[in-house]
Design a protein around this ligand. Structure first.
Ligand SMILES: Cc1cc2nc3c(=O)[nH]c(=O)nc-3n(C[C@H](O)[C@H](O)[C@H](O)COP(=O)(O)O)c2cc1C
Length: 395
């Protein structure tokens, strides 16, 4: 029998699925509901000092859709508008009602030691399980010199991690931004400052485009717009890459996230080094109820793979990722076309001929696709564009 229970830095998780710091964790009432519905834990919407001025814009979201389905979100939302006392009381209430659920306090403050210490001191009085330092919000906050402005410099990230570690009585995760050239540089710096783990990724800085009818930005705040944080399915490859890079540079625990919509995404984040995962956008679009499918799907998968728990899945894909230089250049595949499935639409021939190689063609009586092995470089593009999946890459 497999189990979804897991343990990270001595914190016991009922299951590895946490709500990420965002609107689904912005009130005690809603977190209470999510816990009732089966989530393993929640990272609270980022808590700030009460005197930090934050004025929200409206609207604050734009989306990207494909075939009617939301595949990405751009948001320009700021941080929690609730007071520190609200969260102090709320954490106590939630822990008393749900002692087995994990609660992580996300925090952010101006670059002032006493302000960070005041926040941590107040939260130290609660039964919170860990801290997550938000060094990674890409909009609004960097203009005040915080958020991503912290997480893009090793010096300030190190400084603040050190301040928090000086007095935090619970583990400290640093939430990293993908909006840097090398995420491992910041990760190694905060590890040297004694961070206990990483959370990644926060949103990817982006812009959801222009409405060609109105010629206004899609995220239109009275005729003006701004860059924001993108999340959801469209950022998943960036999240996968960042988590794998973090795992390759450190053994610290990782709370992985970015574009998780189902248990398969979560399992991949774990195979790439995550100790648990967080989800935001999919919950914002489809609600807390997605937890049932996440839990049942991952559990069934572990059972099929005869794994006792996610620790046996964790890191399993990491040894497969190396540098381009170390890839075996003798390895060469070529396409094999399943004639029974191929409808001779010619898409593979067209794409191959328009992308340098001209290895695919149509035979003289136009009844089948043929391959010139000498010309084929084994790139695999033809197999990906085939609308009938009739092409397999073979040795
Ligand atoms: C509307 C919105 C608000 C967010 N607010 C916060 C926040 O307050 N603190 C934080 O650390 N991350 C915040 N995030 C980032 C998410 O926690 C998460 O890192 C990101 O959305 C990627 O995960 P996803 O693709 O599952 O949404 C927010 C994301 C969204 C979409």
């Amino acid at each position: 029998m497999s189990t979804l229970t897991t343990s990270v830095l001595g914190i016991e998780f009922e299951n590895p699925f946490l709500l990420a710091s965002a609107p689904p964790t912005a009130s005690i009432e809603s977190i209470d509901k999510a816990f009732e519905m089966g989530w393993g834990g929640a990272v609270l919407k980022t808590i700030t000092p009460d005197n930090l001025e934050m004025v929200e814009a409206s609207p604050r979201y734009a989306i990207m859709k494909e075939k009617g389905k939301v595949i990405g979100l751009q948001n320009i939302e700021l941080l929690s508008h609730k007071s520190v006392q609200y969260w102090v009381d709320g954490i106590k209430y939630l822990k008393e009602k749900h002692p087995t659920k994990v609660i992580i306090a996300s925090i952010m403050s101006p670059i002032d030691r006493s302000a960070w210490h005041e926040l941590v001191r107040r939260l130290n009085e609660t039964p919170v399980d860990a801290y997550e330092l938000n060094f990674s919000c890409p909009h609004g906050m960097p203009e005040k010199g915080i958020g991503m402005a912290i997480g893009t410099t090793t010096e300030i990230s190190t400084l603040i991690t050190g301040w928090v570690k000086d007095i935090a009585i619970k583990p400290v995760f640093v939430k990293l931004t993908p909006n840097v050239t090398d995420i491992t540089r910041i990760a190694k710096a905060v590890e040297r400052a004694n961070a206990d783990g990483f959370a990644a990724i926060n949103t990817v800085q982006g812009f959801m485009g222009v409405n060609l009818d109105t010629l206004e930005p899609n995220l239109n705040i009275g005729g003006l717009s701004t860059y924001g944080g993108c999340s959801g399915e469209i950022v998943k490859p960036i999240g996968f890459r960042c988590v794998a890079q973090l795992r390759q540079c450190s053994e610290l625990p990782i709370l992985g996230m970015g574009g998780i919509t189902n248990w398969q995404d979560a399992a991949q984040y774990i195979a790439l080094g995550s100790d648990a995962v967080q989800i935001c956008t999919e919950v914002m679009i489809n609600g807390y109820g997605i937890i049932d499918g996440l839990k049942s799907g991952l559990l069934k998968y572990l059972e099929e793979k005869e794994m006792n728990d996610i620790s046996e899945l964790k890191n399993i894909a990491i040894s497969k990722i190396t540098t381009h230089e170390k890839l075996n250049k003798e390895h060469h595949l070529h396409p094999e076309i399943n004639k029974d499935v191929c409808v001779k639409c010619g898409k593979c021939v067209k794409i191959c001929s328009e992308s340098e190689h001209q290895a695919l063609g149509v035979n003289d009586n136009k009844t089948s696709i043929c391959l010139d092995k000498e010309k084929c470089v084994g790139c695999s593009l033809c197999s990906h564009v085939c609308p009938k999946e009739a092409i397999k890459m073979c040795c």
